[in-house]
Design a binder for this molecule. Sequence first.
Ligand code: ADP
Ligand code: MG
Ligand code: MG
Length: 369
Amino acid sequence: MINQYLLKEVISHFDFVGSLLKCEPYGSGHINDTYLLEYKIPHMGVVPIILQRMNTNVFKKPVELMENIMNVTSFLREKITENGGDPERETLTVILNKAGKPYYKDSEGNYWRAYHFITCATGYDEVKCDEDFYQSALAFGKFQSLLADYPAEKLHETIPDFHNTKARFAVFKDAVEKDVCHRAKDVQAEIQFVLEHVDLAHVLGDMQASGELPLRVTHNDTKLNNVLIDDKTHQGICVIDLDTVMPGLAINDFGDSIRFGASTGAEDEKDLSKIECDMHLFEVYTKGFIKGCDGRLTDEEIKALPLGAKVMTLECGMRFLTDYLQGDTYFKTKYPTHNLDRCRTQFKLVSDMEKKWDTMNEIVSKYNI
Ligand code: ADP
Ligand code: MG
Ligand code: MG
């Protein structure tokens, strides 16, 4: 926990107006430490603010990260205004510190930032109905369309090689060869699965290099709770959590959403007969995403959406297997074979997508109009 003196120090370096009524931990994010502050301003009532301690273990370059966020949110603000939307509700607004910077570095070396709090909207942790999943697809698609003219290559890579599947495959091969925990002998089937799918580790990098898939601004953490849904209209109004915004492929954002959102079971389900890629949910998300993109994706990108789902799922499974081989040093585990169970669900999903490949392509072409 952060001590009160440090919080006071941090707060004093931002230009918040009014008298502080409340400061308490907020939300269910897993990466940053998030606080809700409430200020009372005479004649204006209570103004809420989000204050976050950024996670510099995960994001090693917080200054570059905030540069990305400032650039992307200013661009979004202009586009939203042009389209007659409300930028205060439809994108994040960073509050500068007293020195005019978008972050404050405290006396212990932590980096903090503040946002206007978006009121009357909720980030849900679980998909409870198709409509939620559809709204998140629509919001992440709209994120693509609004940022379609943004020069993606100018953004910093906040986590280098995040979806460089080829590089991740090289790390996997190295983990198999070194076999530091002597676990490789027990997971031969899983290792074989990756080796048989080596083409998938290369295909997107090749398609990008040849110009078949353009570099885009990608979000890279397309969880449901990173879209705020309006409490009254139930429409996805704002994409938040922009830490992982980087240059990437649109089909990767789509693919990762399918990987976790269209699976019929938990990521660590042991009973693999419960794991499938649900074609109804795949259709719900595809429909929303293509609609949200509003014609800004190329025909090649739309046609490659199923491939994005397959590659992102294989990549994720391969990362779990790599971590298992390396002794569970990256992902948090609750029991010794946790990463192995996780990798098996991902590989089951890949196999299921292979079985349903024609259906996935038919669904995509149905909405590619
Ligand atoms: P993490 O990377 O830890 O998930 P987030 O930026 O997603 O961090 O913030 C955590 C939670 O705080 C979000 O899920 C959301 O509920 C809430 N939150 C973040 N920013 C805002 C904002 N500007 N307005 C309202 N709620 C917010
Ligand atoms: Mg989040
Ligand atoms: Mg995050």
